[in-house]
Design a protein around this ligand. Structure first.
Ligand code: G6P
Length: 368
């Protein structure tokens, strides 16, 4: 049943392990050969997408991090300019809305008070239309938006969002493919479509690293601070990794774009602050490697999640590398999220916190 933990110790762990299946569900019937089917977003979607020249993304919490990843995708593969903001800031600004801007909200629950208020506020501002990417059919956000795409993650009980986040990323990649303005060639798009179809299997391979990650978690149990680094579309992955750790293990964690290290956080790096980095095999890898060198030079202990094909010297005690299977570059942010979820989960279990119901937090924040 939906509210049963099955053989898992916590809902969060169960939901982490459900990801291959729900990612498959989120893709079901929504892909063409070299695109995503615009009609999946609703009957009006093809007409609205044709008018869309830019996108405003709005969300809170983990959903906001999904939007941050999507900005890279929508610009790189769809050629659509994107603005993104947390709902609680957007709704109190005086936004200037460019012609042809689609207003997109991201929300697991569809009931987050600030996100809903932002949508209502946006209605009078001249957007071409609104789209909700949401996990709960019939929620307020879905009912009040012109278009909607359900993420099909199924009920998420753990307060710390996991499968809702990765299925939001799937939905956002579908949006990227569906609103594409020809920046990515049909061939490039077909490659992404093919990669999406193999993603559930690759996720399964990554989840099989659970035991290794549980071992690695021991290094964090006694720490008070942690720093997560990523570059490009993996900067939001670092933010999400830090959010997960702070939410459930109560360890202070920050996510930083690795290139900003020398503009502040480097001052904090010592043997007491572990640094976690995601290092997929992309154009920014060499730059990231030199950022990691800066950490080592300051006596920091490094934990790197890297592509198998990436050579990172882990012969010294101060570096631990865990290798992930190769994946299409576009989908790496989704894949690299999984080990960070498992890491925060195991650290929280070691610390004995209430993993599924962390103190002071609510699953859905329906008050302002
Ligand atoms: C709360 C939850 C988070 C969630 C955020 C936004 O803070 O604890 O896990 O990301 O709300 O919720 P939504 O339902 O709008 O995605």
């Amino acid at each position: 049943g939906a509210a049963s933990k099955g053989n898992y110790r916590h809902f969060m762990l169960k939901e982490i392990f459900e990801q291959p299946a729900v990612i498959g569900a989120a893709l079901e019937g929504r892909l063409g050969e070299a695109s995503a089917l615009a009609e999946s977003f609703g009957p009006e979607a093809p007409a609205l997408f044709a008018q869309t020249r830019q996108i405003q993304l709005i969300a809170c919490g983990t959903s906001y991090h999904a939007g941050l990843v999507a900005r890279y995708w929508l610009e790189r593969y769809a050629g659509v300019p994107v603005q993104i903001e947390v709902a609680s800031e957007f709704r109190y600004r005086h936004p200037v809305v460019a012609d042809g801007t689609l207003f997109v909200t991201l929300s697991q629950s569809g009931e987050t008070a600030d996100t809903l208020a932002a949508l209502r506020f946006a209605k009078a501002l001249g957007y071409v239309g609104s789209l909700a990417i949401c996990n709960v059919p019939g929620s307020s956000l879905v009912r009040e938006s012109d278009l909607a795409l359900m993420t099909r993650a199924g009920p998420e009980i753990g307060v710390a969002s996991t499968k809702a986040f990765t299925t939001q990323l799937i939905a956002l990649m579908l949006l990227t493919l569906a609103v594409g303005k020809g920046r990515a060639s049909a061939g490039e798009q077909a490659e992404i479509v093919a990669a999406l179809k193999t993603l559930p299997d690759i996720c399964r391979q990554v989840l099989a690293l659970d035991g290794d990650i549980e071992t690695l978690a021991q290094a964090f149990a006694e720490k008070r601070h942690a720093l997560f680094l990523g570059r490009g579309a993996h900067f939001p992955v670092a933010l999400e990794g830090a959010l997960k750790l702070k939410e459930i293990s109560y360890i202070h964690a920050e996510g930083y774009p690795a290139g900003e290290l020398k503009h502040g956080p480097l001052a904090l790096v010592d043997s007491e602050m572990p640094v976690i980095s995601v290092a997929p095999n992309d154009a920014l890898l060499e730059k990231l490697k030199s950022n990691l060198q800066e950490v080592r030079a300051r006596g920091g202990e490094l934990f790197v999640f890297a592509d198998e094909g990436v050579g990172i010297d882990d012969s010294e005690d101060d570096v631990t590398v865990l290798y992930l299977p190769p994946v299409h570059e576009a989908l790496a942010p989704l894949l690299y999220t999984l080990p960070l979820q498992l890491l925060s989960y195991h650290v929280a279990v070691l610390k004995g916190t209430d993993v599924d119901q962390p103190r002071n937090l609510a699953k859905s924040v329906t008050v302002e």
